[in-house]
Every structure is written in C-alpha cells, then in structure tokens.
Design a protein around this ligand. Structure first.
Ligand code: R5P
Length: 297
C-alpha cells in the first residue's frame, strides 16, 4: 500500500489511530481551533507529498463540523495528497431523502454534492437508505457501505438469552434481517406511522410462538427516541419482557433519554459511530478491511 496518512477531525483521533495501526499507516495531527469570531483555523504540520490521505470524521450533529471537514479535505490536497478519502461511520443528512413538503431543501443531495466535490471516495456504516437504494444515487464518488450487523449480532448473542430480534418499522427490516441472519435468530418487524418529529404510532408484530423469547429491538438510528419508546410500549403491552435496544447510530437528540426512560428503557446499546457513552460496540475492526480494499484499489 502507498504511504497512507490518517487524519482525524477533533475528537475522532482514537478511530484514526486504530485504523492506522491495523492498516500500517501513520497518523498526522490536524491542528484545529476557532478564531475569536467563530471561524475555523486549520493547520497540518506534516508533509503530505503524494500521500494517500484518509480523513476520519464522526459526523453526528454535523452542522458545526462540516466547514472543518471541507476545509481539511482541501487543505490536505493543497499540501500534496494524491488521493483523499473519507471514513465517516455515521453519514448525516440521509433522512431528508425527498421533499416531504413543497419548498423543502433536499439536504441529502446537497450534502452528497459537497462531499463528492472534495473527496475521492468514502466508507461509511449502514447509511439510512430508504428512498435511495444506494449512495451512488446522490454521491458521485465511489462509496463502500459497511454493515454493522456482525458486531450487533455478536453483542446480542453474548448478552441476551434466547433473543428474538424485532424492528420497529418497515425500514428496519434490512438491518433486523441482517443481524438475525448472522446469529441465526428469529426476527419480526413492526408497522410504524410517523405524524411528526416526536409523534409515532407503532403496531405489534405477530409474536406467536415467541412469547418466551427476550425481545431485542434493532434499528439504525435513535434520534428523538420516539420510535424505540413507542415500540417498547407496544411490545410490553403484548406481554413481552422489556426489550433490549440495540442501535447502529446513537444520535440521542434533545430529551430522547427522558423519552426512553419514560417508556422503561434502561439502556440503548450503540456502536461508536457517534461519540456517546452508549457507544460500546466498536466499529474499527469492521471498517479496516473496507478501507484497506479501497486504498489498494
Ligand atoms: C426511521 O426511518 C429510522 O430508521 C429510525 O427509526 C428513526 O430515525 C428513529 O428516529 P426517532 O428516534 O426520532 O424516532
């Protein structure tokens, strides 16, 4: 592999170091601070001449991070990088994948254009593909999607006795099926209707023959917490034990933990795609081979 330099956005250094170690690359430090007026200052002290550079950025709550990311990508190219990739375990702005109301911004497509303009490739984990069938519908650079399912399945098999994997809505079927398939578990999917950011109604699945199992709700994202809270309430009303909740991306929007606690959820286990305490399922081991493959290409 050509000399590969990993550079993290502030706070994401452990993931950059883990990838560099596993792939035999080196880490360069991004000096980042804000000027007194809030504008960004960036500097890289290392030489990047002809290097293949990988920028590692966890982009939950993305708005304050986006300028730094775009500046960093242009900076490394200015400093001589021959190729600039992005490892973005949580890819934001995927849920505004249509204009739900006239006049709305199609932010998924705009964000994809910004990223495609400054990066040569990207690797992400379980992006929210609902109305889009693949990232290439909006991203014009090569992208690799890593599935967190093996890591989620491992966690469930190790920590839950006799699990049945349940998705809270039709969109979750893709993740639920993959997780259950990895671990050879039964799975079901519920039906959800959304009436607003915080208002969802969910119907129970057919759980005949599974009432003695431990329910494990699996979803790609927890944001307001409304989906998981609603699903937990319905499952408990049907006589099941309080479900475990396992989610890929723990966004935990404002008041979400309160919403979840009110529904009896004591813990939502997530991957470390987002910097939250609940992010105990590590993704570096799944990301490394995907990054290696794209670097070798
Ligand atoms: C929906 O399409 C997603 O898969 C998640 O179910 C949803 O984003 C969770 O959001 P919230 O926690 O706000 O209900």
């Amino acid at each position: 592999m050509k000399s590969t330099v990993f550079i993290a956005l502030p706070g994401d250094e452990p993931l950059a170091e883990a990838l560099a170690e596993s792939l035999g690359g080196i880490v360069a430090m991004l000096e980042y601070r804000r000027f007194p007026d809030g504008e960004s200052y960036l500097r890289i002290h290392d030489s990047l001449d002809d290097a293949s550079v990988v920028i590692v950025a966890r982009l939950a709550r993305p708005d304050p991070k986006i300028p730094a990311l775009l500046f960093a990508a242009e900076l490394v190219r200015d400093l001589g990088a021959s190729r600039v990739g992005l490892v973005v375990p949580y890819l934001p702005y995927m849920r505004q994948d249509t204009r739900f109301h006239p006049g709305e911004a199609l932010t998924s497509a705009s964000f994809a254009r910004w990223i495609s303009n400054v990066f040569d490739w990207l690797v992400t984990v379980d992006p929210h593909l609902h109305r889009y069938h693949g990232l290439d519908e909006i991203y014009s650079i090569p992208s690799t999607v890593v599935a967190a399912a093996p890591a989620l399945a491992d966690w469930i098999s190790t920590n839950v006795r006799r699990p049945v994997v349940i998705g809270p809505d039709a969109e979750s079927a893709q993740w639920v099926e993959a997780v259950a398939g990895q671990a050879g578990l039964a799975w079901r999917v519920m039906r959800k209707q959304r009436f607003g950011d915080h208002d969802v109604r969910i119907a129970a699945p057919d759980l005949d023959g599974l009432k003695e199992h431990t329910p494990v709700l699996v979803d790609d994202i927890v944001s307001s917490g409304g989906t998981l809270a609603g699903a937990v309430k319905v499952l408990v009303e049907t006589g099941l034990a309080t479900p475990h909740c396992v989610v890929v991306h723990g966004l935990f929007g404002e008041a979400s933990r309160k919403t979840l606690a009110a529904a009896g959820v004591q813990q939502v286990v997530c991957t470390d795609s987002v910097a939250v305490l609940e992010g105990v399922i590590e993704l570096a081991g799944l990301l490394a081979p995907a990054v290696e493959e794209i670097l070798d290409d």
